[in-house]
Design a protein around this ligand. Sequence first.
Ligand code: ATP
Length: 332
Amino acid sequence: MDEILQIRNLSVEFYTRRGVLRAVDSVSLDVYKNQITAVVGESGSGKSTLASAILNVVQTPGIIVEGSEILFEGVDLLKLSEEEMRKYRWNEIAMVFQAAQNSLNPVVKIKDQILETYKAHRSATDQEIYERASKLLDYVRLDPERVLKSYPHELSGGMKQRVIIALSLLLNPKLLILDEPTTALDVITQAYIFDILVQLHKDTGITMLMFTHDVAIVAKIADRLAVMYAGKIVEVGDIREIFYNAKHPYTRGLLNAAPSLLDDVSKRKAIKGLPPDMISPPKGCRFHPRCSLANEYCREYEPCMKDLGNKHLVACHLYDKEALKDGSADVN
Ligand SMILES: Nc1ncnc2c1ncn2[C@@H]1O[C@H](COP(=O)(O)OP(=O)(O)OP(=O)(O)O)[C@@H](O)[C@H]1O
């Protein structure tokens, strides 16, 4: 299995009036070629910030902290000039942002937006670009003839999102990053779009990195899963390993809370408490105030990632011999 993307020690900070908010804190994550990797976490856990940092487009006033690395096929994207980075955006890595349908220019026809995007990166005749765009629109189950001559307001939210997905594939990228790709769409449309993405992955093998809060969706489509809590990745592993052998109490909580994963609705249990204020996160493990298994060690020391084998990693003192000596409960 080859890594196409290796995120190393990535931190992103926002300087706010209340203080420094570290939205992404020392995150390391491998994304393997031809796989769908999903990052799940509650709102505010840092998913969008992490997604935007990969293409070095963190929103102002966010800053990627010195020492962070984003290796794409071995090249550290954070060391590239703006000009060099442009060769990677769209061409090698394309991103579908949260509620991306709103990013279409309302006063420009879809066909002109497609031409503009293509020509900003590569040269081709209008005819060649329309042919490629038509194939892609057809692929995302839209009528190319109708859509190309439409303005965005003439299309539904789901149609616009499919236009964005087609647009993201225009230059044949190797990696597609999707940040909550179906936010603000109804449940049926969401399912339809995920169906298209799965088909796309089956047909082309394109590597995808998807950020979502929806554990149930992830269960259906991802190969690998990373769980994010309060700016940190707390567990990562192959999807079956995580679903059948989750180790982190937060991961277990997320799985227990996910509605469609359980047959018996009455057994769903929300995780008690709320995520921390990211300007002053708790000392030790950030999850400890919500964790029924937390001990003194968890309250004092931050856990680091431990490799459990089979590419399954967890950051939890319950799997740490030192911490166990201090008398914590064993979760198994
Ligand atoms: N422009 C900004 N200025 C200040 N703080 C920000 C900014 N953008 C994000 N944050 C903070 O960074 C943290 C992570 O936010 P982020 O949007 O990355 O989380 P998320 O998991 O994507 O949540 P959601 O799914 O709700 O978008 C939050 O505490 C948020 O308030």
